[in-house]
Design a protein around this ligand. Structure first.
Ligand code: SF4
Length: 269
């Protein structure tokens, strides 16, 4: 009796069985996924940005004193709930956009330029549009944060970050009349999801930046006291908010185990 070749459908079913877990279609695939994840997690955790004690424009506008003092005093991060993937995707998108924009018109677009709004607080500004004298920051946002930007405008630390980049450009001799956030969708699959928030700079904006400078000096004073052992980090005033989940000092268990970290929103510590 002659053996019959399997049909294409039967062959495909044999090499493509349904998933054995959400990570892969067989045990080896699950192992490959675990190894790849581990490499990404280690690389993200050891990226230069994560190891810096330097306080840049993206952090100066944070509302919570304790979050900033945590960073200034070089405390180990206690937040192990945030997944590194959004930041990996964001870094890759930033690099791609910088290449694409400068290739399209190098006289108009200046990408990834180091600027210094205040001594000791330099940062890399995503984009300057020389034609419109505008600073633009790319944000690669998940759907919840993207929707919030659309409906409520930017949170304070985004707004301050943009003004500080603008100030850095002004101090370097450029004219800056307006700021914008280009919010690229991290989820979804269409460029139609790009949302831009734009603001023309007013004199009141520089009043806000003066306040941020005063606030930063106060936080440096707290940091000096913590480092001298005269103040516990848990005695530094805090401002819990929806941003606690992303704070490096966040550790919800600290509300009841007495260990390090800050329990975040709606908790008594
Ligand atoms: S978890 Fe929230 S309240 Fe605590 S330090 Fe961070 S931002 Fe501040």
């Amino acid at each position: 009796m002659t053996s019959q070749a399997p049909s294409v459908a039967a062959f495909m079913a044999s090499v493509n069985p349904s998933a054995v877990s959400h990570s892969g279609n067989d045990a080896e695939a699950v192992k490959i996924a675990a190894e790849l994840r581990e490499v990404v997690r280690n690389a993200a955790n050891n990226a230069p940005r994560s190891l810096q004690v330097h306080l840049g424009p993206s952090e100066l506008g944070v509302e919570c004193d304790r979050q900033v003092v945590h960073k200034l005093t070089g405390q180990p991060d206690t937040n192990h709930v945030v997944d590194p993937w959004p930041s990996v995707v964001g870094t890759a998108v930033h690099a791609w956009l910088a290449d694409a924009l400068t290739a399209a018109d190098p006289a108009r677009w200046i990408a990834e330029n180091r600027v210094t709004p205040f001594e000791g607080h330099a940062g890399t500004a995503d984009l300057y549009d020389a034609r419109n004298q505008r600073v633009i920051d790319h944000k690669c946002l998940g759907s919840t944060t993207h929707d919030k930007l659309r409906t409520q405008g930017p949170p304070r630390h985004y707004y301050v970050q943009l003004l500080l980049y603008a100030l850095g450009y002004i101090r370097a001799g450029y004219v800056v009349n307006s700021i914008a956030i280009a919010a690229w969708p991290r989820t979804g699959s269409s460029l139609a999801g790009l949302y831009v928030w734009h603001h023309t700079i007013t004199p009141e904006d520089w009043v806000l930046i003066d306040q941020v400078l005063t606030e930063t000096n106060r936080r440096k004073d707290y940091a000096a006291l913590v480092q001298a052992g005269q103040l516990g980090l848990d005695q530094v005033p805090r401002t819990p908010s929806g941003g606690c989940y992303f704070c490096p000092a966040y550790r919800p268990e600290s509300a009841h185990d007495g260990g390090p970290g800050c329990p975040g929103q709606n908790t008594p510590k």
